[in-house]
Design a protein around this ligand. Structure first.
Ligand code: AMP
Length: 188
């Protein structure tokens, strides 16, 4: 099964992707995690991405697409994958469709994990305190939420119009949300 998880920063996408990956035995591809690895490894890509990520802005479409294409060529994606954090704008959504058509692995479904904005802000403040992520400072969080509203929200409409979107209520405890997602994927 090939799935995209959409949701605001702090919607629980990453956690849910980890749970659903285990339930479906498919790969979990987080472009944020891939980028953080590049930053840690001080690669050329990581050096280019670091400041952009710390500012809460989007890394260039071409860089992320190249990285994603390389990841999708790895063997563990053959059984399927969850994309977490990609696409983040309409250019990426179109590029993803083109790439997946080329490798003959079209998407089955897009899952939007829906969490109200007030709760997102509270959750991100909690995560900043717990995990100390460089990009969870108040200014960066504001920038990321603004980019989400301006650039990523249109991606939701893109998939809705294409009849590929399911919306799952992301409020509640982690296990309850996972169960809703698995039900939406019709495997519960
Ligand atoms: P995430 O872990 O998904 O919240 O991503 C952390 C940061 O990595 C984002 O704020 C962006 O700077 C960058 N990033 C992750 N995925 C993408 C993407 N698809 N396009 C551009 N930048 C991305």
């Amino acid at each position: 099964m090939r799935i995209v998880f959409l949701g605001a920063p702090g919607s629980g996408k990453g956690t849910q992707a980890t749970n659903v990956k285990a339930a479906l035995a498919i790969a979990h591809i987080s472009t944020g995690d891939l980028l953080r690895e590049q930053v840690r490894a001080h690669t050329a890509l990581g050096r280019q991405a670091k400041a952009v990520m710390e500012a809460g802005k989007l890394v260039s479409d071409a860089l992320v697409l190249g990285m994603l294409e390389a990841r999708l060529a790895e063997a563990d994606t053959a059984a399927g994958f969850i994309l977490d954090g990609y696409p983040r704008n309409l250019v990426q959504a179109a590029a993803l469709d083109a790439l997946l058509a080329r490798i003959e692995q079209p998407l089955d479904l897009v899952v939007l994990i829906d969490v109200p904005n007030e709760l997102i802000v509270t959750r991100l403040a909690g995560r900043a305190a717990e995990e100390g992520r460089q990009d969870d400072t108040p200014e960066t969080v504001r920038a990321r939420l603004q980019i989400y509203a301006e650039q990523t929200a249109p991606v939701i409409e893109f998939y809705r119009r294409g009849n590929r979107l399911v919306v799952v209520d992301g409020v509640g405890d982690m296990a309850a949300v996972s169960a809703r997602i698995l039900a939406a994927l019709r495997i519960l």
